[in-house]
Design a protein around this ligand. Structure first.
Ligand SMILES: N[C@@H](CCC(=O)N[C@@H](CS)C(=O)NCC(=O)O)C(=O)O
Length: 336
């Protein structure tokens, strides 16, 4: 294997302090799935993604060969399909119907119901990143809101109260009986959905102030530490990710194949009425919405939309989930 051949054809675009990206890094570690990574800046522009003609601006993004997957929920479900549980790659999927439902609802709660956004508003105002004008401008464009220090300070009490709700949920329900992991004896993807915001908040000095403490939430703080130890142990037991430079990343991805297992099917009963081969635009609804990917619609189901694009004369396919995203005919102003 040359150093430019990503293990398992996987390249993860991320930056190390992205809480969303950690969800994927932990998943790959806990399952011992080797991968390559391309470390990108924490704000735009991101040259290798631009060269690949990917407009989506959020992190992480996962390339599997020339298939580009956006959004952690779609990335996780795709990895589940690509790597069914085996001795080599132990499974993390919840098994019972209740556990599957809990897992889905946890990400709706932490992601869509705003716990992550509350966390972002709790980044202490003395953090260097909030003094970096480029970063602040970038995030204002990303969220569509002004990010002044005064507004952040003013919003802090409300955000702390909302954040506390997550700690109460963990301490007094999911971990109340003293269990090690949400589903019992072993870590699962349900723990990733439960822990990611907790981990981010408890490891960021000053984020929680004196309102949310280890003294009041001992089981929850111990759980986060246990998860951290477990993922570090897993990391030590697997191949280190291969880190590719920007040009190596673009070259490696364009040299790999499209995945023959990806079906180009457009559901004819889809309520949008869109048809295969139409030129469409797709974009996220909640943040990063000014970056739209345009291309030929080749796949549409209740869970996923797929377009075909060209990058440097090569075809690639970009995959978005349906949840939290919008799709429309290119140039159709009616949806704006
Ligand atoms: N729903 C998305 C959210 C991803 C997200 O918001 N990521 C943050 C980083 S943690 C981001 O992209 N921030 C703006 C940026 O890095 O450009 C997912 O599940 O992947």
């Amino acid at each position: 294997m040359s150093s430019h051949s990503p293990p398992n054809d996987l390249v993860l675009f991320h930056y190390v302090f992205s809480p969303y990206a950690r969800r994927i890094v932990w998943y790959l570690q806990l399952r011992r799935i080797p991968y390559a990574q391309c470390l990108v800046p924490s704000y735009m522009p991101r040259a290798p993604l631009a060269e690949l003609n990917v407009s989506y601006r959020r992190i992480p993004v996962l390339a599997h060969g020339r298939e580009i997957y956006c959004d952690t929920r779609l990335i996780l479900s795709t990895l589940d399909k690509l790597f069914p549980p085996s001795e080599k790659y132990p499974g993390l999927e919840p098994q019972t119907a209740e556990a599957k439902a809990l897992t889905k609802l946890l990400i709706r709660y932490t992601g869509d119901a705003g716990i992550f956004a509350r966390g972002a508003s709790l980044i202490p105002t003395n953090m260097p990143v909030l003094k970096d004008e480029k970063w602040v401008k970038d995030r204002e464009q990303f969220s569509g809101r002004k990010l002044t220090i005064e507004a952040r300070e003013k919003g802090r009490p409300e955000s702390l109260v909302h954040m506390r709700d997550l700690f109460v949920l963990m301490e007094h329900t999911l971990l109340a009986d003293g269990r090690q992991w949400v589903l019992g004896d072993n870590p699962s993807v349900t723990d990733i959905e439960a822990v990611w915001v907790l981990h981010w908040m408890t490891t960021m000095r000053g984020a929680l102030g004196t309102y949310i403490t280890e003294k009041e939430f001992p089981k929850t703080f111990a759980y986060v530490k246990r998860f951290d130890t477990e993922t570090k142990k897993a990391r030590g037991e697997m191949e280190k990710p291969v880190t590719l430079k920007d040009d190596q990343t673009v070259e490696a991805i364009l040299r790999m194949s499209l995945d023959a297992a990806v079906k180009e099917e457009v559901d004819s009963s889809d309520p949008t009425g869109l048809r295969k081969g139409e030129e469409i635009e797709m974009w996220p609804i909640d943040s990063g919405f000014s970056h739209k990917d345009e291309g030929e619609l080749v796949g549409l189901s209740a869970d996923e939309m797929i377009i075909r694009k060209q990058a440097k004369g090569k075809e690639l396919r970009i995959h978005y989930p349906r949840w939290g995203f919008r799709i429309a005919r290119a140039g159709d102003k009616a949806h704006l």
